[in-house]
Design a protein around this ligand. Structure first.
Ligand code: NAP
Length: 245
């Protein structure tokens, strides 16, 4: 087995690379720092030589619709076109719970992930789309994204964050199994309300930003799995935040 990790030096990609290499799998990292650019199309064919499995953990800082859709769709099309040419038999994509077809809210980044999933499905390579909830270690960043003029604006939507290592373990399992599964989802063992989770997380780190509960832009369960999913076992590290019922 030879695996190309598209985004192999990123936050998720680097962990997946280490875990696969520890199991003796040959791994190629394909990111900008490796001289591979999926938007420009440079270095891609070389990176895919002899590869049978792609793990797509690319990411962009663009949160606007045009930027996010352009990045996720364009990079994925390059990967599938060049991957087919190279004889790749399994395309594994890391996506997000709540961005299935017809599911995503009107957020530009999420619409980019919808377009990415669609490009994987249309790309012709048998695929596994692993949809994860937010990583537990990412909740601080989520607070930043919800901050307007020093105040965190958060709805009481459900959120069920997962431990990043458990998500990495699932990606490794799907890779080694080498049997495309279609779509699978993973979430942590506890469900919270987003406003409670951000309030508790900021308080625990001594962050003075107030968290104000606002009306939800979509449905309360937009960020949590609604069908069958892998349940992580690692509890959220802060233990005094009320769970949602
Ligand atoms: N954060 C969450 O809670 C969460 C939850 C579920 C799913 N996800 C998904 O997880 C995925 C990975 O996130 P992450 O935090 O690991 O991302 P990250 O740390 O930002 O890494 C992104 C990678 O993409 C590479 N890249 C960007 N543009 C490229 C281009 N044009 N050509 C080639 N490589 C390019 C970067 O290469 P360089 O390193 O060389 O710049 C980097 O290795 C994302 O798709 C995200 O939607 C995240």
């Amino acid at each position: 087995m030879k695996v190309l990790i598209a985004g192999g030096r990123g936050r998720v990609g680097a962990k997946v690379a280490d875990a696969l290499e520890a199991r003796g799998v040959e791994v190629v990292s394909g990111g900008l720092d490796d001289g591979v650019d999926y938007l420009a199309g440079t270095g891609v064919a070389e990176a895919l030589e002899g590869v049978d499995t792609i793990i797509n953990v690319l990411n962009t800082g663009r949160f606007d619709k045009d930027g996010a859709v352009g990045f996720f769709e364009g990079s994925t099309r390059t990967l599938t076109t060049e991957g087919l040419r190279a004889g790749v038999t399994h395309h594994i994509l890391l996506s997000i719970v709540g961005v299935g077809e017809g599911d995503a809210s009107d957020v530009g980044y999420y619409l980019g992930k919808v377009a990415q999933e669609r490009a994987v499905k249309a790309g012709g390579i048998p695929y596994t789309i692993v949809r994860s909830t937010q990583f537990q270690s990412y909740i601080g960043v989520l607070a930043d994204q919800h901050t307007v003029d020093g105040t965190v604006l958060a709805p009481r939507d459900y959120i069920q964050p997962v431990d990043l290592d458990e998500l990495v373990a699932l990606l490794v399992e799907v890779t080694l199994e080498a049997q495309p599964r279609g779509e699978v989802e993973i979430a942590g063992p506890e469900r919270f309300h987003l406003d409670d989770l951000l309030r508790g997380t900021l308080a625990a780190s001594g962050d003075p930003r107030p968290v104000v509960t606002v009306e939800s832009a979509g449905t309360i369960d937009a960020m949590v799995p609604r069908g069958a999913y892998r349940v992580g076992t690692v509890l959220f590290p802060l233990r005094d935040i009320p769970v949602a019922h």
